[in-house]
Structures are given as C-alpha cells and as structure tokens.
Design a protein around this ligand. Structure first.
Ligand code: HEM
Length: 85
C-alpha cells in the first residue's frame, strides 16, 4: 500500500529528531529540578515540572518506537555485547 509506506517512512524519519529534542528538553529541565531537590525545596516553577514529565514520557515512547523500527540493529548489538554472535 503506497500511503502506508509513506506514513511509515515519515514516522521513521521524524523519530531520530524527536529522540534528540525530547531528550534535550528532559535533560535541561532536570537541572532546576535537581537543584530544588538538593536544596530540599518544593518546585516553584510548575511549568518546568510539566515540561520535564511530558517531554520525558514522549522521549521514552520515541526511543521504544525507534527500537521497534530498528529491531535488527538492537538484536545485533545485544548479541555482540553478550558474545553470542
Ligand atoms: C535525562 C534524564 C533525566 C534526568 C537527569 C532527570 C532528573 C530528574 C530530577 C532531578 C527530578 C527531581 C527529583 C525530585 O525533586 O525529587 C526529576 C523528577 C521527575 N522526573 Fe525526571 N529525569 C530524567 C528523565 C525523566 C524521564 C524520561 C521521565 C519520564 C516521564 C521523567 C519523569 C520524572 C517525573 C515524573 C518526576 C517527578 C516530577 C515531580 O513531581 O516533581 N524523568 N527528574
């Protein structure tokens, strides 16, 4: 089906970008959260917290989808790491 192929290609193309962007936002927003944690304060900026949680969830989903699309690479890497090639 040509439409299905196009959608699959579009998703596959957008996943690497999504992984990088969602990781960057999650990691960046973790810094003020970590500082608050170290100071024993409750987080004042709720927006930072929301960004961290939602970008974090999107990051996990993007990684899992990308791994599913690249199963051969994932399995190959695991075999290589465990010496079962
Ligand atoms: C780059 C990797 C990440 C780092 C360095 C990081 C760091 C942190 C830090 C420092 C806190 C504050 C802890 C505290 O105040 O007790 C936090 C809270 C949290 N993180 Fe992450 N995190 C990361 C990835 C993620 C991901 C992938 C998720 C998935 C959803 C996530 C979900 C949460 C949640 C739900 C909270 C609690 C928010 C709250 O109620 O204050 N984090 N994280």
């Amino acid at each position: 089906m040509p439409e299905g192929g196009f959608v699959k290609k579009a998703i596959k193309g957008v996943l690497p970008v999504l992984c990088v962007v969602t990781f960057a936002v999650t990691a960046a927003t973790s810094i003020p959260l970590f500082v608050s944690y170290l100071r024993g304060e409750t987080i004042k900026n709720a927006v930072l917290q929301d960004l961290h949680v939602w970008f974090g969830i999107t990051f996990i989903i993007s990684v899992l989808l990308r791994m599913a699309f690249n199963r051969k690479f994932v399995v190959g890497s695991l075999k290589h790491l465990t010496g079962r090639r």
